[in-house]
Design a protein around this ligand. Structure first.
Ligand code: NAD
Ligand code: DAU
Length: 359
């Protein structure tokens, strides 16, 4: 069988694992998951694929050029979907170094390894090759009026995280413009769903609520984010990678703007209904207003007209249905959360993958 191979970087993370589960189910590609397994990388999110012959894991840092070169020679991919990144804004404020290293230097290293491989391809394979860079709406900065981010909104990143992602977007774009590498860029809003590391708002609130801890709300809780189900994002990535036009950027959003307070209240109401507190009171009582995030962006909102018009993508999940399924998933998968929090999955990794890890 002559399989088409696609590299996915950051495939052990929240969105990358959702994408790999989708690609294995809906394409006939072989997927090579290139991941360093930082605190946010968890192969337990892909345990259902561990025996699938179309799934390969490589324990690799995207800053390691020699290792990337070896992978390109070994697997001869038809394209790269690049998600590996440091992704948490609060961590970037506390310590930006890893964000500069992985998001900027790592993307540069991956672009250069890709370019070296791509340049030597036969013309036909060169033309069909794709480098898909996965990015965030945070590169556009913060909105104060009712306007929406479009693909031509100027970049105004405000946090170390968003500045590092903006830098990587510029690098990817420049490699297209200068070298002709067929680059696609997507900028997406806040994702929620299963297997998200419990440092981000949605899983943190669910976990803290169930453990009787405070639900920390930054500032007044009136900052606005646009929420998108992670499986809808994965479907959009599959579509852009397969049908998008090189050199183009596509914004991806859920058309679901909510204040943080609305999100937390929704989660509390769902938990009240699905797993009531033993004392019969509402989880909303655990809400606690805490000091604001420094430089906290006021509002993000996406105009996703282009991807709908050009590629026919629309989110399938509403905020209400998606949040209900998400809460149900976390309630049914307490083990996954427990392992992630305790670091137990690292033992699981050694036990289950010691002879499967390349490198
Ligand atoms: P995540 O933090 O859950 O996962 C990141 C993955 O990258 C982890 O598996 C980690 O081990 C891996 N990684 C980190 N540094 C690496 C390195 N140097 N080499 C190889 N692998 C490395 O992130 P996520 O939330 O799944 O986000 C994935 C991508 O999507 C990121 O590029 C992020 O900027 C972007 N994005 C995220 C969101 C969101 O709401 N989470 C929204 C828009 C865009
Ligand atoms: O917009 C896309 C971005 O969404 C992605 O690029 C990032 O990788 C992803 O982490 C996310 O960034 P945010 O900063 O918006 O997500 P976070 O879940 O950290 O916070 C969402 C909102 O909730 C934000 O306004 C801060 C607030 N918040 C967050 C936490 C963790 C709280 O009020 N309390 C909290 O404890």
């Amino acid at each position: 069988m002559n399989l088409c191979t696609v590299f996915v970087t950051g495939g052990a993370g929240f969105i990358g694992s959702a994408l790999i589960r989708l690609l294995i189910a809906e394409s006939d590609w072989r997927i090579v998951n290139i991941d360093k397994l930082t605190y946010a990388g968890n192969l337990e999110s892909l345990a259902m694929l561990s025996d699938n012959p179309r799934y390969v894991f490589s324990h690799t840092d995207i800053c390691d050029r020699a290792m990337l070169d070896r992978l390109f020679i070994e697997w001869q991919p038809a394209g790269v979907i690049h998600l590996a990144a440091e992704s948490h804004v609060d961590r970037s404020i506390l310590g930006p170094a890893d964000f500069i290293q992985t998001n900027i230097v790592g993307t540069y290293t991956l672009l250069e390894a890709t370019r070296a491989y791509w340049s030597a391809l036969p013309e036909k394979d060169k033309t069909s090759f794709r480098f898909h860079h996965v990015s965030t709406d945070e590169v556009y900065g913060s909105l104060c009026t009712q306007e929406l981010f479009t693909e031509i909104t100027p970049y105004r990143p405000n946090s170390p995280y968003s500045a590092s992602k903006a830098s990587s977007d510029h690098l990817a774009r420049a490699w297209q413009h200068t070298y002709g590498l067929p680059v696609l860029i997507t900028n997406c809003s806040n994702n929620y769903g299963p297997y998200q590391f419990p440092e981000k708002l949605v899983p943190l609130m669910i976990l803290n609520a169930l453990q009787g801890k405070v639900l920390p709300i930054y500032g007044k809780g009136d900052n606005v984010r646009d929420w998108l189900n992670v499986d809808d994002h994965a479907r959009a990535l599959h579509l852009v990678f397969s049908k998008g036009v090189p050199g183009e950027t596509y914004n991806i959003g859920g058309n679901s703007e909510k204040t943080n307070l609305e999100v937390v209240d929704t989660l509390c109401n769902l938990l009240d209904e699905m797993q009531a507190r033993p004392d019969g009171r509402s989880y909303r009582e655990q809400k606690t207003f805490v000091a604001d995030r420094p430089g906290h962006d006021r509002r993000y909102a996406i105009d996703a007209t282009k991807i709908e018009r050009d590629l026919g993508w629309k989110p399938q999940e509403s905020f209400t249905s998606g949040m209900r399924k998400t809460v149900a998933w976390y309630l049914a998968n307490a083990d996954w959360i427990e392992h992630v929090v305790s670091g137990e999955y690292r033992h699981w990794l050694k036990q289950n993958y010691s002879n499967r890890i390349a490198a």
